[in-house]
Design a protein. Structure first.
Length: 474
């Protein structure tokens, strides 16, 4: 796996590349480039483009004005690894086998991205693309199989990839705001280097902010105060200004990356897609309903989805129909003029983006930290707790905040939707069997350098401190 010098020293490389490419002419590749930006833990309803009244996201809002904004994009899971895996493969977590009970322990076959799954990077590499990733969340690191298909895969903890002892001690990973600057600097250096390249590229950036801990730099933290928020919980009123400050911080970073794309003369031939893996709860369903992973309400599943494609998609378009993260990969393949062969569960959204009819796509969600599953088929939202047997039903048109469970008064509809959800899950399980059966034909059996490693007690404690493991989970 190649790792260029500018990934190790991004600021120096950026300067050298800018100096060396000034005044040179460059031919645009015939195929469009792709820049995929994932902002971790980002609620759609905290962005201006989605109606948020506070000024958290000027750069992202501008990007939305230049492209297509999908108003109802739904993640398949309320935490990073299964949701990101779906985004990058076009397959649901059940199909991929990301269904372990202890979701953060890397155990081959149940929470490591399988080698048999064909990723977006692998598809584009086969089409002649240069592929690179810069990630700041260990949940999408090579440790869990996410480096498949990349020529260059850089994390903000590079020793984790190269040094086996450091990789075994991955709990030292830094979950702090310095990662946003690091991802941005590396991305800008990489984009500047593209000024001398002829091949089309795919660059995947995964920002950790605004994931907890909410510690934005001071100039962003001071923009919002507790008085801006209406919550009955003092702790939530303390956290929300910091969460929005982190959104503003990462928004400024996204703006710098987009500026670098334009400075390199690449923006006219680059598709930019921005989304998130999941949202974040702030007491919307009680004082204990905070963070993510524990429920399937929309505050954790409704994510932004913005696509800018100059010359390919009109600017200023808003799509009201429900779409899913599983639809992103087939949409990109069609937009880039590439074949969408192989196993896929999503549907291309291009017709929708160009004014077509609503395909009425069901969104299935599950695979969180608790045994819950949900079916979202507007206006209805069904949530089933498989531990207690409780089934909840919400009318999103009348109750968008999911405060009033109407399952008891809608028995026939509840049973119909539960059966519909179960059929969707069963379809994924059958596809899982097919994926496992064909994996040997798609890949050789040589062990990968990102095979899973067991976690020590110390590593489990580090995850627990970050809120990823329940106190009783081993």
């Amino acid at each position: 796996m190649r790792r260029p010098a500018f990934f190790e020293a991004p600021c120096l490389a950026l300067l050298l590349v800018v100096l060396s490419t000034g005044g040179c002419t460059r031919s645009e590749p015939a195929q469009p480039n792709l820049l995929l930006i994932v902002v971790d833990t980002l609620r759609a309803d905290h962005l201006g483009g989605y109606g948020y009244p506070l000024a958290t996201s000027p750069a992202i809002d501008t990007l939305a004005e230049q492209g297509v904004l999908f108003e109802q994009a739904i993640a398949p899971a309320p935490w990073t690894r299964p949701s990101a895996a779906t985004l990058l493969t076009g397959l649901l977590p059940e199909t991929l086998g990301l269904t372990c009970a202890s979701h953060n322990l890397p155990r081959e076959g149940c929470d490591v991205l399988p080698a048999g799954a064909l990723t977006l990077a692998e598809r584009l590499a086969a089409a002649g693309y240069d592929t690179a990733a810069v990630v700041a969340n260990i949940q999408v690191d090579s440790l869990f199989g996410f480096a498949q298909g990349y020529d260059e895969f850089a994390s903000v903890f590079p020793d984790l990839t190269h040094d086996m002892q450091a990789r075994a001690d991955w709990s030292s990973f830094e979950w702090e705001d310095t990662t946003t600057r690091d991802v941005t600097d590396r991305a800008r250096a990489w984009l500047a280097e593209r000024g001398r390249a002829r091949s089309p590229f795919f660059l995947y950036l995964h920002y950790l902010d605004p994931h907890e801990p909410y510690t934005p730099p001071a100039e962003h933290a001071r923009l919002f105060t507790a008085a801006d928020y209406d919550s009955p919980y003092p702790e939530v009123r303390r956290e929300l200004p910091l969460y929005d400050g982190e959104i503003h911080y990462v928004d400024s970073a996204v703006g710098r990356v987009l500026d670098s794309l334009a400075a390199a003369g690449l923006d006219d031939n680059t598709i930019v897609l921005l989304t998130s893996d999941h949202g974040e709860a702030f007491g919307e369903h009680g004082a204990l309903d905070r963070r993510h992973g524990l429920t399937l309400f929309d505050d954790q599943l409704h994510v932004p989805l913005i696509m800018r494609a100059p010359g390919r998609l009109k600017a200023g378009v808003r799509v009201t129909a429900q779409v899913r993260l599983v639809d992103v990969l087939p949409s990109l393949l069609e937009l880039m003029g590439l074949e969408s062969g192989g196993m896929l569960q999503g549907h291309s959204l291009l017709e929708l983006a160009r004014g077509g009819a609503d395909p009425k796509l069901d969104a299935v969600a599950a695979w969180g930290y608790r045994p819950l599953s949900a079916l979202r088929t507007p206006p209805w939202k069904l949530i089933v707790d498989h531990r207690t047997g409780r089934t909840s039903l919400y009318n999103l048109a009348a109750d968008p905040l999911e405060q009033h469970d109407i399952a008891r008064g809608q028995g026939a509809l509840t049973l119909l939707l539960r059966d519909r959800m179960q059929r969707r899950l069963d379809e994924s399980r059958k596809l899982r069997e097919a994926l496992v059966a064909t994996a040997g034909e798609q890949r050789d059996s040589a062990p990968r350098d990102n095979a899973p490693l067991p976690l020590s007690d110390r590593q489990r404690e580090a995850l627990r401190a970050l809120g990823y493991l329940d106190n009783g989970e081993q």
